[in-house]
Ligand binder design. Sequence first.
Ligand code: KG4
Ligand code: ZN
Length: 415
Amino acid sequence: MLRLKNAGKFSIGYLRQVAWSERLRRKLRVSIEIGALAGTMSVRILGIESSCDETAAAVVADGREILSSVVASQIDIHRKYGGVVPELASREHLRRIVPVVREAMEQAKLRLEDLDAIGVTHGPGLVGSLLVGITYGKTLAESLGKPLVPVNHLEGHIHAVFLEAHKAAVSPPLPAVCLIVSGGHTVLYEVHPKDSTRSDAGALWSYRRIGGTRDDAAGEAYDKVSKLLGLGYPGGPILDRLAASAGSAPAPVKFGPTKMKGNGFDFSFSGLKTAVLYHVRENPEYLPEIKDREEAIARGDRKFDQLLPLCNPKTLGLVREFQNAVVRDLVERTLKAAEELAGPTILVSGGVAANKQLRTTFEDRAQRAGLKVFFPSMALSTDNAAMIAAAAYPRFMNNILADVSLNASASLPIA
Ligand code: KG4
Ligand code: ZN
């Protein structure tokens, strides 16, 4: 940190000059270090993620090798409220951030001094939650004298696909269309390399937003429908498995494709959620079952095997029709975007990318259309810090750094 003795004796202009030369000196030092690292030893970045309800830390080498990844989920805390409570989330981040980072360092078998940089999510997300990770990241970077790299959470989700592909020694070709689909986001981007001659992990990308949800995110629709059917929180994993168990149960209702004026690459899921709500209200025979499931969940019996016997074929048929509608919308619009715009690669990431039917439908439809689709593993689909450390790598290598003025940005865009 820059310390000035007898600061009162100097003019503001002089102090500014000293501060600027200090910043320049630091920037130069970082550039020299980056230059020295290129082509020699690996670059190890600690990623910190706290944008929503997961406190996560991970160490990634050279933007692609995961040396450790630790995620502390807060699901048990938010479950009884049926969704993330921001105030509780930030308090829990405060409690967990230190042990989570310590565990990530232990798993990676590294000391903090061995790190080359700290990458931290600074948006989009819940401001109180983001501030915990940012403040911790800044303090760590300052005390260690290491560079701080600001990372966009959505850019992290895109890097999760590349981390996964790297495990199979594959690099998804760019340009690509990327669908990020989670509890907080449902958005389509075109991803281009900034420099078309580069495809290495240190290359920067540019993004163009081509569509997104006009109301609820797809994961949010899963969570709300799950709640109204008495199936608990989060909704995605349980509805995914129940839909797969529906077999040939008759469809109690059919949901048509969402029709919207304007941008054909936009999504909307609140109408579908409301249609499920009205269907349940108009058919009171669902209600005793919903009550039974709510009681089971309150007892802690929330596992698939415990809830399946409490769902009659009509409920299973309803869940299957809901999932069919979500998956159809996500897949069709993304494929259309890939065919009309970016090229042969589709990247899918975010919590809902863990959905089995979404994966198989994407794979099947993409293959028939001559497109290639890439997903992260389940663990890398949901929020984690390995994707943040991976996204920090090209920024670090290109000297895109933050200083202590870094702040949280609830709706930080990447494009
Ligand atoms: O990416 P994520 O961990 O956090 C956010 O940034 O939101 O995503 C969590 C969301 C939740 O809404 C959850 O219900 C949904 O992802 N989800 C799923 C599945 N697993 C998680 N949705 C559908 N099918 C799944 N298998
Ligand atoms: Zn996320």
